[in-house]
Design a protein around this ligand. Structure first.
Ligand code: SAH
Length: 458
């Protein structure tokens, strides 16, 4: 017989929130049974409705808060912003930073058994709003008008919005202008269900250091009705535009960008700087979305690498070579590895753009390429990793342990896999000296960290 649960579906109960999950929901416990409730904050006493019960945990909806947490702030207008990814908008920025820093400490202790590692106070932004340099906004139609904004959570309904609180003003302005122009020119929106229509997404990217704007119109069709007029109007209304690109995505898919791009006006790329390094950004390139905090993070990686100019460095998971090129300024030689061939093309181009000659890039999986290099006798003094959310592959960690670089710098976008991988490296002879959380994505639940490890003497 199954155990009787302490709560039942549709029951109303009073709870006190004890914690936040990694995706920002409040956690309350009833006789040890955890309930996850979006919008609840630690310390708050509240009435909730139980909406789902599983064997080991359940979900609730917040009905009434009896006492607000001091970290709670009024959310600006309505819930709309949450759809745009601002999951923590109801928490003061100070509260968000505290929550993220705690989360890093907790997982390092719980998963990494690294309770005594030095975790520095998180580096936040002076102004935690309007920081994103890129938007990809889905387009739809409502009552005969073209609308663009966000998808409602767990649905494909588009909410028409003109302002995202986390996008740079230039990005908001660009999306709004393109939306207005398309409406005036009566360019039809794409319809997901019927797979008819034209305009799927409006995308904008902005080089904050250079003031260069790129507009990308993503359509299902190969042609855009009123194309010349569209370009003319974009150029007239957005003086910062340097590049207008047409991307064609004719498939039935959730993937935003198709493979074909055509430059409609201006350049193929826009430029931006992180520190002194210049980057060319094309419509399809990966580029960090918070340029100010990227500089903070990379400077930390550079500090932790502690280069004298004599070192050989490997940058695993190098993307378009951002960290590699940053490190190349201070290293003898940098080798970058990345699985996406187009990103490696960008990395090579970016090295040339900066006249950096001591960086080389290879396409492949880090866990395949680096062991191969090691077998061939190529070792690094410093190894940098910046893996995706799932963390480093076990084979790569084993190679690091065998290769014994003096220092490892681990840049991570997921504290849980960071903690897991640090434990493996610790058991393999490394010591984690310090961890620096950096808030790359204010108002969202994402936490970025940079960790410094050194090889213990045998
Ligand atoms: N360091 C870069 C990119 C980090 S994102 C920057 O800061 O801009 C992680 C990168 O790892 C992505 O570019 C992704 O394509 C790449 N990647 C994912 N799995 C990989 C693997 N197994 N081997 C090498 N690269 C991989």
């Amino acid at each position: 017989m199954s155990k009787i649960l302490p709560v039942q579906k549709n029951e109303y109960i009073d709870v006190v929130f004890e914690d936040l999950t990694h995706d920002g929901a409040g956690v309350a416990k009833v006789d040890g049974y955890p309930l996850f409730v979006p919008n609840g904050l630690p310390g708050e006493k509240a009435k909730i409705k139980v909406i789902k019960v599983n064997k080991g945990y359940g979900f609730g909806r917040l009905m009434e808060i009896y006492e607000n947490s001091p970290d709670r702030v009024e959310i600006s207008k309505d819930e709309m912003h949450k759809y745009g990814g601002c999951q923590l908008e109801h928490i003061s920025y100070e509260g968000q930073l505290k929550y993220k820093e705690n989360q890093v400490r907790q997982v390092l202790t719980r998963i990494g058994k690294l309770g005594d590692v030095k975790v520095h106070p998180i580096l936040g932004m002076d102004n935690p709003w309007h920081y994103r340099n890129k938007a990809q906004v889905p387009v739809g139609e409502k009552e005969g008008r073209l609308i663009a904004g966000f998808f409602k959570p767990r649905s494909h309904e588009i909410v028409d919005t003109n302002e995202s609180l986390i996008q740079l003003p230039e990005i908001n302005e660009a999306v709004q202008a393109v939306k207005e122009i398309c409406n005036e020119l009566k360019i039809p929106a794409y319809n997901e269900e019927s797979h008819n229509g034209v305009l799927r997404h409006i995308m904008a990217r902005y080089g904050k250091q250079t003031g260069e704007l790129m507009v990308v119109v993503v359509t299902k069709t190969t042609d855009i009705p009123q194309k010349n007029k569209l370009v003319e109007e974009i150029v007239a209304r957005l003086p910062k535009v340097k590049s207008i690109v047409h991307n064609i995505n004719s498939k039935r898919t959730n993937v935003i960008l198709g493979e074909k791009t055509k430059v409609l006006w201006g350049n193929e790329v826009i430029y931006d700087y992180i520190g002194d390094v210049k980057f060319a950004i094309s419509a399809l390139s990966f580029y960090q979305v918070n340029p100010d905090q990227t500089k903070v993070l990379y400077n930390k990686a550079l500090e932790y690498a502690d280069l004298s100019g004599e070192e050989t460095v490997i940058d695993a998971y190098c993307g378009i070579g951002t960290i590699s090129l940053f490190l190349a300024q201070k290293a003898k030689k940098v080798f970058g590895v990345e699985v996406v061939p187009e990103a490696i093309e960008d990395a090579k181009r970016n090295a040339e753009l900066n006249s950096i000659t001591n960086a080389e890039f290879a396409v492949g999986e880090a866990e395949v390429v680096i062991p191969k290099w090691y077998k061939e006798g190529n070792v690094a003094d410093v190894l940098v990793v910046d893996p995706p959310r799932k963390g480093c592959d076990e084979a790569l960690l084993q190679t690091i342990i065998e290769m014994k670089p003096k220092k490892v710098v681990y840049v991570s976008c997921n504290p849980a896999t960071l903690a897991r991988d640090l434990r493996v490296l610790e058991d393999g002879g490394y010591k984690t000296i310090e961890v620096q959380p950096v808030d790359m994505f204010p108002q969202t639940t994402h936490v970025e960290c940079c960790a410094k490890l050194v090889l213990k003497r045998n």
